[in-house]
Write a protein that binds this ligand. Structure first.
Ligand SMILES: [Zn+2]
Length: 279
């Protein structure tokens, strides 16, 4: 904090100072939300993320604003020999992460998240407690991790694959950022912040039933045939993360197979991806 800001804070008193900073932040966000996304950025995103082009115009306008806010507020760090997190990398992360926010209430722009760490490819698990997505048959090679302490770790290969294949049910950015939404209240339990008490009751009922069904299928060895990735049977937090991937990437199928789960996610995210153009 600069000396000038500190003296203004002293003049206004602490409460007034905090309100002043909050007001500045809100104004900056409102400006970014109203600003069109630079054409060069639109082209970069459109090239590798067909979902961006296929969004209804009104939703795409909202997404453009969210992309700009995430680009401005999050720190990006190259890891594992990656020289820099390029503009293309940042945009593809923010476009996919922003998709979850388009109509979501109370998201605070992933308020706990400060840093996004990017590896060139799959990376080794730190071995500490985390909510990650690992390569099949290998618990220690990670594609992504989400920490409640303020960071998300991603592999560039997976970021790109997730963006390019909008309908294969796998998207590491959606997965890790869904964990961020879940973790924002301090508990990674598969229950994000909801509107009211009845919403929590309904969520618990629907999610528990669908989670238990997946666990049972996996135990019976039939998990491979389920629409939701069997990794979701690990625990309720992973179930919410993989169900979010399915919701955005295989919406029509999810709506048909598990309409109660689809409706619950639709209510939470505020969008209806089954009605979007196929990409
Ligand atoms: Zn996970």
């Amino acid at each position: 904090m600069t000396a000038a800001i500190l003296s203004i804070l002293a003049l206004l008193g602490i409460g007034g100072g905090i309100a002043w900073i909050r007001g500045k932040k809100q104004k900056r966000r409102a400006d970014l939300l109203a600003k069109p996304l630079p054409e060069e950025w639109q082209e970069i995103i459109g090239k590798d993320f067909p979902r961006y082009q296929g969004l209804p115009a009104e939703l795409r306008r909202s997404l453009d604003g969210y992309i700009q806010i995430l680009m401005a507020e999050k720190r990006f760090e190259p890891c594992g020999g990656l020289e820099e997190v390029s503009l293309r990398m940042k945009l593809l992360i923010c476009a996919q992460a922003g998709l979850l926010l388009i109509r979501l209430k109370q998201h605070g722009f992933y308020r706990k998240l400060k840093s996004i760490l990017v590896y060139p490819g799959a990376f080794q698990d730190s071995g500490r407690r985390r909510f990650g997505l690992h390569e099949e048959e290998d618990d220690f090679t990670m594609l992504g991790e989400s920490w409640s302490t303020g960071s998300v770790i991603l592999s560039w290969e997976s970021i790109l694959a997730g963006a390019r294949n909008a309908d294969d049910g796998m998207n590491v950015v959606i997965h890790e950022f869904a964990h961020q939404l879940d973790q924002v209240d301090g508990a990674a339990d598969g229950v994000p912040i909801l509107q009211d008490r009845s919403a929590y009751q309904q969520w618990a009922k629907v999610f528990l039933r669908n989670y238990e069904e997946l666990v049972e299928e996996v135990e019976r060895g039939k998990g491979r045939r389920s629409l939701i990735d069997p990794y979701g049977a690990t625990n309720p937090a992973e179930f919410f993360a993989v169900a979010s991937e399915t919701f955005y990437e295989e919406a029509r199928q999810l709506k048909k197979n598990q309409p109660d789960l689809y409706d619950e996610l639709k209510r939470f995210y505020g969008v209806d991806p089954a009605s979007w153009e196929r990409v």
